[in-house]
Design a protein around this ligand. Sequence first.
Ligand code: NAP
Length: 212
Amino acid sequence: MRVGIIGSGEVAQALAGGFLKYGHEVTLGTRHPDKLSEWQTTHPKARVGSFADAAASAEVVVLSVKGSAASDALRQAGIGNLTGKVVIDTTNPIADAPPDHGVLAFFTSLEGSLMERLQREYGAARFVKAFNSVGADLMVNPQLKGGPPTMFICGNNDVAKQVVQGILDQFGWETADMGTAEAARAIEPLCILWCIPGFLRDEWSHAFRLLR
Ligand SMILES: NC(=O)c1ccc[n+]([C@@H]2O[C@H](COP(=O)([O-])OP(=O)(O)OC[C@H]3O[C@@H](n4cnc5c(N)ncnc54)[C@H](OP(=O)(O)O)[C@@H]3O)[C@@H](O)[C@H]2O)c1
């Protein structure tokens, strides 16, 4: 697959590494390509360009920017470059405030998620929430004592979710489909829960698993 990643931070780089590992073509999108020169040296098969470059050639788009910048970044990527495409939304609506006893603040409420906002604004794209509730270091083939963890996903398009499930299979995850975009109201706050042991005890090596 041709994968275009909108973003160049920890998540973008971790997922880019995973896609390259499995033979996909990767373009990393950033406003500042120069800062990726070292990364480009260690990942010669990847391309680096603008947000629009990343989205234009992609079959699957990955959105990995600061939550408050998500809408702007998609606008810069170009609405036409997103039409009909799967957009894997890794973002979290984290507010610009310090954690309170290890608990992050969000700029959304439980009545509406960031992904629903984005899906409304970019109606021709097929958003799937994924990879938001685990640290970047564990996104690709996590090795945990408890076995493969569960990635909670949601989105309005079943075919798009099947594409994302295929990627999650490659990356060593079990997938739990929680339904339509509204489920992002529950999946985005899993990030808050995931971060608590990190902020309180500097423990960051865990992931969620759904037991039946
Ligand atoms: N870090 C994690 O372990 C983790 C885990 C799960 C989910 N997440 C979520 O995944 C997303 C990415 O996280 P991250 O830690 O990799 O990176 P981040 O530091 O949250 O964001 C960095 C990216 O945001 C872009 N950005 C920042 N301000 C912008 C603006 N005003 N307009 C357009 N783009 C802007 C930057 O673009 P440039 O490249 O142009 O500078 C950069 O690519 C976040 O929403 C985060 O909550 C993070």
